[in-house]
Ligand binder design. Sequence first.
Ligand code: SAM
Ligand code: SF4
Length: 329
Amino acid sequence: MSPVIDYLRISLIDRCNFRCQYCMPEGEDLQYALQQDVLTNDELMTLLTQVFIPAGFTRFRLTGGEPLLRPGVVDLVGAIASLPDTQDLALTTNAFLLADLAEDLYQAGLRRVNISLDSLTPEIFDQIIGNRGRSRWQQVWDGILAAHRVGFSPLKLNVVVIPGLNDHEVLDLAALSIDRDWHVRFIEFMPIGNGDLFQHRGWVASEELRQRIRDRWGLTDGAVRGNGPADIFQIPGAKGTLGFISQMSECFCDRCNRMRLSADGWLRPCLLNETGQLDLRTALREGVPLAHLRDQVQALVDYKPEINYKQRESGTTGRYSRTMSQIGG
Ligand code: SAM
Ligand code: SF4
């Protein structure tokens, strides 16, 4: 059965204060959207209320780049959270700025955050995020603790597993789910953003990670609220869960219920191919009637199962030059 397409990932900004090895190519200058091309708050709210919500979207995730770098992010979160049709609002962040913003974001109506945390070892963490200055690990950890204190729930921690970089920490990272209601999600490394690293390091299949965790503690089926493709398990007796996002080893294109809106207003129905993309910013600024945009988005929603099918057939075999930070990961 085709999934209901009701989930929009909204990139608030394509810039980032980290340069994660798996997300961005080494040494190359990334192309960023010009400031004047980024959707303003008003434009984004118009698209949400007049186009996306009428076309059936009710679940939103704010991402980037690093969404907390967007000026006025708390007000924007408040505006989206207070829309009567918003059934779910979440944010994905690297948490570097979260310690200071967690309380305000919660007060603004945000309840769910996903935080990237690829290592518990500061030196390895800094190596992965491309930081050569003072370690950033502690500030990220403080951001996670602040999110926990404020009450974000479920609080999910995203780990991209890269052979030879952080795969030896999988058990330590999984153990974070035992004593706290934290949900650790292991993501298979995709050849998106940094194809050279992918070719050099390869990726680890979720089942291999599950086996290592099973050997240590055992694993049972679990459940956690969310809109994603993760398969959820639990260490027996743990307060949190373990999720596995296995886009390399177990294609989930046929279950894909999401579209992505880039910071400069391109609507993208699939992460891995450019079929059907719509330039909503230009259309909006040229005065194309909102009803027409709504029809176009609705048509794309109707067409999405076919895009899912085609992507499933072609597989995750290519090298994708646009990074997750540019598309809105
Ligand atoms: N900056 C925020 C963060 O890192 O959480 C939000 C944007 S980031 C692009 C969103 C997600 O994309 C992160 O969880 C990151 O781990 C994931 N990601 C980026 N590049 C990836 C790749 N090549 N393979 C798998 N996941 C990737
Ligand atoms: Fe920035 Fe997130 Fe990409 Fe890391 S994964 S470089 S934090 S956008």
